[in-house]
Design a protein around this ligand. Structure first.
Ligand code: BG6
Ligand code: GLC
Length: 831
């Protein structure tokens, strides 16, 4: 009975599709989507680890910053020599990039020559290898009749992991693939190349940039496709790079824009994190390699190892009697006898089986047609696993980019190169399909870098040259915005002169120095309920402020915001008294219109409630009052928002203009009476001195041409620059625009600080003090929202008024509360 079973078992085996036994045998290599997603997630975690400064040293995936910050924009130009070392061929090239033309339109011309590298140099002294490189370069120049005298910029593609500190400096971390020269690890490769070129002599070459092949590939493809922000190599080795947000790259300072990161993904798994996916064949390949324990992911994927994996599987199957009737040849036992080219040939669409038979026969094997089918299937499983793993890694990179940019879907192009991708008939399709299956929400385009990576390396150098000249232009353009200490001292002096002139002048002056008839700042004991109307922009705020008796600094605020209808805002004064109040608000100060009576009349007309209107104030005064309620040292109010202005408490004796300019105050008293009647409200530190708040209207400084020497042409045009933002701006453009904004707002803060220094110095001198402690109440979006404005303002005031200690106190409630306080202060005086 047993014998019958055994026979039928063998019979059924004989009948079986030969691919089935291979499927069973290589079960662990056939990865399904859940496993690929798991690998992808692990790789994502590894990327994070490599990017963080805390874990980078121990990370298996190195995530090396490349100092390549932008992809080409098509405006690059120039002639470059290029060296391409580390792939299956060593090449010397001349690359000409014509301005403004894509590669396809003939924008880049290349001439190249491959130079064989003698085997002994791969395992000899590093300096000898580089000597060969520079000799080859010299030979190339000679062969092509390229002048030896002229200085030639040179770009270097170097396909090994390097820790780069700049585009033209990179320390070799490790050799890999079939390279193992001595004495270069930890050394600066660019410097080594420069020294070799010097030793060769007769060459005037400037090494501008060194790039990894992944980066160069991304750049090559990026020249024609602006979406290309990933470079992928599946060749002798495998690796990928992509554009990462700079803020995530701990190892590089700065948080603006992006930088290309060379992942060195070949090292994924070197810390055993892929052990559950590693087969006995992977272990054998690793053990027999140049670099055991290293580049575990690479050894499962790249061209240097695919053939070897197939050989080891076939050998083991033969030994187990699953192939060739159990016969094994010496050739099959020999390392390197099956290559990636063989794998590709075995999987050819039409000739695949015939090729397999030829290859096996070459190996002194005598395959049956089932053997051929089985061995072809081994190849398929091994190369399929390779493309699946590459797809998992790529999916991790793409989803990271998508997350970085907070996008729901991502449109991106991957530039690809390498012999496996280029020569294996099924590889690209399989890879694309799996990536798209793993990331259905991404629109991924794959572009083959048809001419290798040297073009890209030349482009990196060209971009570096373009950026250097752009930097020069930006610096030149922004130079006038960068104010020197001397210029700021001048602004301060002119502001001071303007303040004095404004106080004295009886006619118009650039700095108007308008009296506000506010004689005292609050002391916190104010009481009562006050209604304030605060009009700014499109919003009109009505506030009820309740200063509770006995509760110092404890005002309760109730407010309601009304939006002013467009028709009223733009209508005639007849339509709304409130608007005419708004417009009259400033007019009161300048021309003497009495908005208070207008408002009073309006309220009377409505006949609904009774109000005693005491004060109408400029927003600077409101701000000062509101802050002074919290801080008795506050005697200055500053607005840095849509407009800018300052008010401060000036001594009455210095205000010469009031008698002439204003006849009446709000209370209907004679102005002069008010001035004389104010016997000096109590104010700590300088009691007894009668003061009045002056609204400087300092925005007028320069109206008479007194600032012409620091005004830039852009002060006339600054908007047109910003309008360009609407154009399709690149990351670089945005950084430049931000830099422009930074320079402009820094200058604004400095000018404000210089003006403030003039004001506080004046107050200090008024009081005859060596040192003045004073608080400035501030309001306005520029001060409150701009990240650096407040800091620069304070710093400038500190430097230009060293004898004053100026504290800036942001106003919490806007000027409405201040307006109520003015009324409260005035009330107290009259009570
Ligand atoms: C080539 C590049 O096109 O691709 C090389 O010019 C690079 O620098 C290579 O290393 C990767 O492929 P392979 O198969 O030659 O290692
Ligand atoms: C190896 C190198 C890497 C290179 C890749 C492809 O993995 O370490 O720098 O990009 O091969 O050539």
């Amino acid at each position: 009975m047993f014998a019958v079973h055994l026979v039928s078992f063998f019979f059924s085996k004989l009948q079986e599709d030969p691919t089935k036994k291979v499927d069973r045998f290589l079960y662990a290599m056939r990865l399904h989507d859940d496993q690929l997603k798991d690998i992808s997630a692990r790789f994502q975690a590894e990327m994070k680890k490599g990017l963080s400064s805390e874990s980078n040293a121990a990370a298996a995936v190195k995530m090396l910053p490349t100092h390549v910050r932008s992809t080409p924009d098509g405006t690059e130009k120039g002639q470059f020599l290029a060296l391409d070392l580390g792939g299956s061929k060593f090449k010397v090239l001349q690359v000409k990039v014509r301005e403004g033309m894509g590669i396809k339109r003939g924008g880049v011309e290349m001439e190249e020559r491959t130079y064989p590298i003698p085997k002994e140099l791969l395992i000899g002294k590093g300096t000898e290898l580089f000597g060969h490189v520079s000799e080859s370069l010299k030979d190339f120049l000679h062969q092509r009749n390229i002048s030896l005298e002229k200085k030639h910029p040179l770009a270097f593609t170097f396909s090994f992991p390097c820790e780069q500190t700049a585009l033209d400096q990179g320390f070799l971390l490790d050799w890999g693939k079939n390279y193992r020269p001595r004495g270069l690890q930890g050394k600066d490769v660019v410097q080594t190349l420069r020294e070799a070129i010097d030793r060769t002599g007769g060459l005037d070459v400037e090494v501008l940039a060194m790039v990894n092949d992944t980066v160069a590939t991304m750049m090559t493809c990026g020249f024609d496709d602006e979406y290309c922000e990933v470079g992928l190599i599946i060749g002798t080795g495998t690796n990928a790079c992509y554009m990462e947000e700079l803020r995530h790259i701990d190892l590089v300072e700065g948080d603006e824009g992006r930088m290309c990161v060379n992942t060195e993904w070949g090292g994924f798994g070197d810390d055993d994190s892929l052990n559950d996916y590693i087969t006995e064949f992977d272990r054998d390949v690793d053990a027999a390699s140049n670099n055991p324990g290293k580049q575990i992911f690479e050894k499962m994927i790249s061209g240097m190892y695919l053939g070897e994996l197939v050989r080891l599987v076939v050998l083991k199957m033969a030994k187990l009697g699953l192939l060739f009737d159990g016969r094994v040849s010496d050739a099959l036992r020999t390392k390197g006898k099956i290559t990636t080219a063989h794998v590709a040939a075995m999987e050819e669409y039409k000739n695949g089986l015939k090729n397999t038979k030829d290859i096996l026969t070459e190996l002194d094997l005598n395959p049956t047609s089932d053997d051929c089918i089985a061995v072809q299937h081994v190849s398929t499983i091994v190369s399929f696993r390779s493309s699946n793993l590459a797809a998992a890694g790529l999916a991790a990179i793409l989803s990271r980019i998508k997350q970085n940019r907070n996008l729901r879907s991502l449109r991106i192009t991957v530039g690809v190169d390498g012999t496996v991708y280029k020569t294996h008939p099924q590889y690209p399709k399989r890879l694309h399909k799996v990536v798209r299956r793993l990331l259905p929400e991404c629109h991924v385009r794959f572009v083959l870098s048809d001419s290798g990576s040297s073009k890209g390396a030349a482009l990196v150098s060209a971009v570096a040259q373009r950026l250097a000249s752009q930097r020069r232009q930006v610096d030149e353009t922004l130079a006038p915005f960068r104010l020197s200490q001397e210029q700021l001292q001048l602004v301060k002096a002119r502001m001071r002169a303007g303040l004095e002139a404004g106080l004295k002048s009886k006619g118009p002056s650039t700095i108007k120095m308008l009296p506000s008839f506010v004689y005292r700042t609050p002391d916190g004991t104010e009481k009562g309920k006050y209604l304030a109307l605060d009009l700014g922009g499109t919003n009109f705020r009505a506030l009820l402020v309740n200063f509770k008796k006995g509760l110092q600094h404890n005002a309760r605020l109730y407010h309601k915001i009304y939006t002013i209808p467009q028709e009223i805002m733009q209508g005639t004064g007849e339509e709304g008294t409130l608007v005419s109040w708004t417009k009259g608000y400033k007019a009161t100060d300048c021309e003497g219109h009495d908005v208070v009576s207008l408002l009073r009349e309006a309220i009377k007309r409505r006949n609904e409630f009774d109000l005693d209107i005491v004060a109408v104030v400029n927003d600077t005064v409101g701000t000062m009052m509101s802050c002074a309620y919290e801080d008795p040292q506050c005697e200055i109010g500053l607005i840095a928002g849509t407009g800018t202005n300052v008010c401060y408490m000036e001594e009455l004796k210095n205000i010469k203009k009031t008698e002439h300019k204003f006849g009446k105050t709000e209370k209907g008293e004679k102005e002069e009476d008010m001035v004389e009647g104010t016997e000096g409200e109590k104010n700590e530190g300088d009691a007894e001195i009668p003061k009045m708040c002056i609204n400087t209207e300092w925005g007028g400084l320069g109206d008479d041409g007194s600032l012409d020497d620091i005004i830039t042409p852009y002060d006339v045009e600054v908007r047109s620059i910003l309008q360009q933002l609407g154009l399709n701006s690149t990351c670089d453009d945005s950084i430049i625009v931000k830099e422009v904004c930074g320079a402009v707002s820094r200058r604004a803060a400095q000018l404000c600080g210089a003006g403030m220094a003039a004001v506080v110095e004046k107050i200090r001198e008024n009081r005859g003090l060596d040192h003045l402690n004073i608080t400035v109440g501030v309001d306005g979006a520029l001060y409150k929202l701009h990240p650096h404005f407040a800091g620069v303002l304070q710093e400038t005031a500190r430097i230009l008024a060293p004898q004053c200690n100026v504290t800036f106190l942001p106003s919490e409630e806007g000027s409405g509360k201040g307006a109520a306080l003015i009324t409260a202060v005035a009330r107290q005086k009259h009570d």
